[in-house]
Design a protein around this ligand. Structure first.
Ligand code: NAP
Length: 435
């Protein structure tokens, strides 16, 4: 059996691993980027070294004799979903949730208001990222909207000591922009309370450990009983404990500040006045939250909305636009033959990296049970290669990826670190071709 996997992030690579090692299936993994690992490379913050190191394990799968990597190939443009279905015994879509959600407020489309997804792309060295150097060199007050782990990552990256960041694999132009940054105060704004936040404790705690940074929040925003508010959820209970400790710390004069503002719904952004208008919410006796009519203006040279990711429609593949996922039952796509789905594009943007392993293995189990007794009708391995070559697609195979990897390690070693991310697509493609 031969299977195509669309997306070389954790879900795609875990699916390939299960197919290749547990079921002896041949797998071709396609990705629009020249390099594998998806959000482990372009989502996990560069200073989270241990989470990022997962990629060393992920890429081992791409070296398995049953697995081939086709980077820099966009399914839907270079090759269609229908073509993949006709060439392989099955296709698994694992292309994630790359779009950002919007707030729908006035002023959101100004240059100084942008999605955390864009900012994350920039600091991780994504080849399609816009440059934020100029913005950071002019801004003092930044508002980050949302109470998830991405919001926490963004706040930390904005205020963490650039010397600490130098140890990471961030591209040099990003490190330079962080050194030159004038950002001194970050407001983290959430429409609900501390007990409703989705960040995890380890990530939250790090904010209180940043050198030269004070974390402020209103003690009155904390619930009267942590045990009651957390309803048995240990993460919430631990988060509340961390925040309560912050409110009890002596106030010191720090050069940089993180201000948590809970129960505050963004209403409007004015780039001209550099301010975000929020409306405070009140909690009713039944626990429901409603607008109070009380307005506050927060200084905001930049506004970064971190209100979640969503999946995009791939032409030729079923899509549930209300949920922004591919509709499926047990990983089999509804209404499509021999087509499966795993990861964020199956279940939405939630969970940790390991969640994708369980998810991908479950989808592979459905696929194998559906198709194992069916004789293979897949085209031979050379077929897709000749199609891509005929179309002039400059695809990157695993040897090409290894050359990029070696160049990143060499670049990093000159600065005394493990690697430095190469962010320029042309440079990556040239390196992949070899001498
Ligand atoms: P998330 O956890 O879903 O958080 C989204 C936040 O946006 C929530 O606080 C939500 O508030 C808020 N929000 C949504 N719509 C809003 C609106 N219209 N106005 C104001 N606020 C709004 O998403 P995420 O932070 O993007 O993270 C995505 C996934 O990646 C998560 O599973 C996360 O744990 C994971 N991740 C993990 C790490 C890590 O482990 N270090 C790092 C990054 C990401 P409501 O609750 O009120 O809707």
């Amino acid at each position: 059996m031969r299977v195509a996997v669309v997306g070389a992030g954790p879900a795609g690579i875990y699916a390939a691993e299960s197919l290749a090692t547990d079921h002896d299936v041949e797998v071709d993994v396609f990705d629009t980027l020249p390099v594998p690992c998806g959000l482990v490379r372009y989502g996990v913050a560069p200073d989270h070294f241990s989470i990022r190191s997962v990629r060393d394990k992920l890429v081992e799968t791409l070296e398995h004799s049953n697995v081939r990597f086709f980077g820099n190939v966009t399914v839907g443009t270079d090759i269609s979903a229908d073509e993949l279905t006709s060439m392989y015994d099955a296709v698994i879509y694992t292309y994630g949730a790359s779009q950002d959600r919007v707030l729908g407020i006035e002023g959101e489309d100004s240059d100084s208001c942008f999605a955390a997804t864009e900012f994350v792309k920039w600091y991780t060295g994504h080849p399609d990222a816009q440059d934020f150097s100029d913005k950071l060199a002019r801004a003092q007050h930044v508002v980050v909207i949302g109470l998830g782990n991405v919001a926490v990552d963004v706040a930390r990256v904005l205020l963490k000591s650039p010397i600490k960041m130098t140890e990471t694999d961030m591209p040099e132009h990003v490190l330079q922009a962080l050194r030159d940054s004038t950002v001194r105060r970050v407001h983290v704004v959430g429409r609900r309370g501390p007990q409703h936040a989705t960040f995890t404790t380890k990530e939250l705690k790090e904010l209180g450990e940043l050198a030269g940074v004070s974390v402020h929040l209103q003690a009155s925003d904390l619930p009267s009983s942590d045990a009651e508010a957390s309803e048995g959820n240990r993460v919430i209970e631990r988060n509340l404990k961390v925040m309560r400790e912050w409110t009890q710390r002596d106030q010191v004069d720090s050069p940089k500040i993180i201000d948590f503002m809970f129960y505050s719904t963004p209403q409007e952004y004015s780039e001209t006045d550099s301010e975000l208008i929020v409306e405070h919410m009140t909690i009713r006796p039944d626990g429901k939250i409603e607008p109070s009519g009380r307005i506050e203006r927060i200084p905001a040279d930049l506004v970064i909305r971190s209100v979640g990711y969503k999946g995009a429609h791939l032409p030729g593949v079923a899509f549930d636009s209300a949920r922004s996922v591919i509709p499926s039952v047990d990983g089999k796509i509804i209404g499509m033959e021999r087509s499966y789905v795993a990861g964020w594009i199956k279940r939405g943007p939630s969970g940790i990296i390991g969640t994708n392993k369980k998810d991908a293995v479950a989808t592979v189990a459905t696929l194998v049970s559906d198709l194992s007794n069916r004789p293979s009708s897949a085209q031979p391995p050379d077929y897709v290669v000749s199609i891509l070559k005929d179309r002039g697609v400059d695809y990157v195979d695993v040897s090409g990826w290894k050359r990029i990897d070696a160049a990143e390690r060499e670049l990093g070693s000159s600065g005394g670190k493990e690697r430095t991310t190469i962010h320029d697509r042309h440079a990556m493609l040239n390196l992949a071709k070899g001498p």
